[in-house]
Design a protein around this ligand. Structure first.
Ligand code: AMP
Length: 538
């Protein structure tokens, strides 16, 4: 027997309707690409998003069409994103940091019909436009006054394009499983793969992210999503924040410590989210200028492992609550967050930091487990590590236009991460499965060595790779980028690690390089390091 409840489709445009109606006075504040701070309300945001939808419909855009954006986190980007989705079209957020060949590949693979582009990225798009046959119109996210000279064919200033439409428009209604967003993952090998979110998965994921044990914001918060919308939906913040009625503060192109600090202060930001490198820049700026951040209460740090010294400094010196999170594009992306719980909130000192270094627990609507090489379940004992599998309503079931099953027979998705899970549900990533170092039949966590090494004075960045070894199969090599003007030696770094990691994890050697290669989402490209140090002998 079926229940007798309304068949109310979970569509993302209802988030904006809710925010405009019930939190219409809350603000959308943007450091504009043109320079000044721009501000309006959720009420205005909805009206402008409706105008985008109407303007797109006039262009002949409809259900299932892909529209690309190459833009920073701004009010205009959010308007376009809701406008596209409210029409049943698909918002394809393109990561401008991808290599040119990858940009060409994904825009052609997605067959995007229009491209909305920030002033910053116009030169990148101009250089590849001839190779993008599916794009029929370019909209530059600015006004007439700031419209650049451009070689882009059929290019228009956003504000002029929008002015030709009014908000006399109703969102379309369709099945909640309709595709809403497309985001390509930049794997280290092969072409990027398209993750295709649905309205239903986005709505459920945003509710999931509004649980108190995730970011836990409410209608009194001002939230600054520093993590870009092109990096897996800004970790859902552009959905979850309006749903909660919190104000949204957008950093635009200002990702340096000074710009972020100014916005955090002037807008009294209470919660924010970014990858560790952004927090490093901010911490340096705060230290150099002897500044504090009295309003900032909670920071979500993820995308890469959060180093110990970052948790210690932000919590102990600046009084913030660090929430270490883990996830991936295929998970919408939030998978776990590491808030303290009833059984752990009494922890102090090192024990507390050790717990916070773990990537955390799953909120309701994410399931996870670890398995061995044969797929057998492993215990949640906090020690045994294995392949991390996940499932849930906001986890991918396949990739866009790629045949083949990506789930196992029970519907689990293999994250490619290696982790352990403790009896309280806290998960700790020890490695990517292809980066794990196999030494004498045991696994060494490259991530843990890297994170510890970062704490040594003079070390700017650290990467650990496995080097073939005749007796132990593999042994760790520690690769270091020194801070400018630092002359820290291999001996000093090894002495620093001594006692902080297991003795048999101690790197067999330390090498210094000028720069560590990164992917478009800021991850260390270990494959390139392995090539660079191919044939290395201890
Ligand atoms: P992406 O899809 O680009 O966001 O990359 C997802 C991958 O980033 C995950 O599978 C992890 O390998 C890595 N990752 C994300 N967050 C963390 C974290 N907090 N600690 C360690 N690795 C992380």
């Amino acid at each position: 027997m079926l229940g007798l409840m309304q068949d109310y489709p979970l569509l993302v445009q209802t988030i904006l309707d809710h925010a405009a109606l019930n939190h219409g006075e809350r603000e959308m504040v943007t450091r504009s690409i043109e320079g000044p701070i721009r501000r309006y309300t959720y009420h205005d945001l909805r009206i402008r998003a409706l105008r985008v939808a109407k303007a797109l419909q006039k262009e002949g855009i409809g259900l299932g069409d892909r529209i690309a954006t190459m833009a920073w986190n701004t009010d205009r980007h959010v308007e376009v994103w809701y406008g596209i989705m409210g029409l049943g079209a698909i918002s394809h957020t393109v990561n401008p940091r991808l290599f040119v060949e990858q940009l060409i590949y994904i825009i052609n693979h997605a067959e995007d019909k229009m491209l909305f582009v920030d002033l910053t990225f116009v030169p990148i798009v101009e250089a590849i436009a001839k190779q993008l046959p599916s794009i029929k119109k370019y909209i530059i996210l600015t006004d007439d006054q700031h419209m650049p000279e451009t070689s882009l064919p059929n290019a228009h200033a956003y504000e002029t394009w929008l002015a030709a439409s009014d908000a006399d428009f109703e969102w379309l209604s369709f099945d909640e499983n309709t595709a809403a967003g497309l985001c390509y993952t930049s794997g280290t090998t092969g072409n990027p793969k398209g993750v295709l979110y649905s309205h239903r998965s986005n709505v459920l994921h945003s509710l999931m992210c509004n649980q108190p044990d995730v970011l836990g914001v409410d209608s009194r918060d001002n939230v600054l999503p520093i993590v870009p919308m092109f990096h897996a939906n800004a970790w859902a913040i552009t959905f979850s924040i309006p749903a909660a009625g919190a104000s949204m503060i957008m950093p635009g192109a200002g990702m340096d410590g000074k710009s972020i600090y100014e916005l955090l202060e002037s807008e009294k930001v209470s919660a924010s989210a970014a990858v560790p490198t952004v927090w490093l820049g901010l911490m340096q700026y705060l230290a150099d200028n002897d500044l504090k951040l009295p309003y900032l209460k909670r920071v979500l740090i993820g995308g890469a492992a959060c180093p110990r010294m970052m948790i210690e400094t932000l919590e102990n010196d600046y009084g913030m609550e660090v929430i270490h999170g883990w996830g991936m594009t295929e998970m919408s992306p939030v998978g776990t967050t590491g808030k303290l719980k009833n059984a752990t909130e009494h922890l102090q000192g090192d024990e507390r930091i050790n717990l916070k270094l773990k990537q955390g627990r799953t909120p309701y609507l994410v399931e996870m487990k670890i398995v061995d090489d044969q797929g057998n379940d492993l215990p949640r004992d906090g020690v045994t590590s294995g392949h991390l599998l996940v499932r849930g309503p906001a986890v991918s079931s396949g990739y866009f236009k790629i045949d083949g099953d990506i789930l196992n027979k029970d519907g689990w998705f293999d994250t490619g991460d290696i982790a352990n899970i403790d009896s309280l549900g806290y998960m700790q990533i020890t490695d990517r499965d292809k980066d794990v170092i196999k030494s004498g039949g045991e696994w060494i966590s490259s991530i843990e060595i890297e994170n510890t090494a970062i704490g040594c004075a003079g070390v700017a960045e650290a990467a650990v790779i496995g080097i073939a070894h005749p007796k132990w199969t593999e042994r760790p090599l520690l690769i270091i980028v020194r801070k400018p003007d630092a002359d820290v030696s291999a001996e000093q770094i090894l002495a620093y690690l001594d006692g902080k990691i297991a003795t048999w994890w101690m790197p067999d050697a330390v090498e210094f390089i000028d720069e560590i290669p990164h992917t478009a989402t800021g991850k260390i490209q270990k494959m390139i390091l392995r090539e660079q140090f191919g044939g290395y002998q201890f």
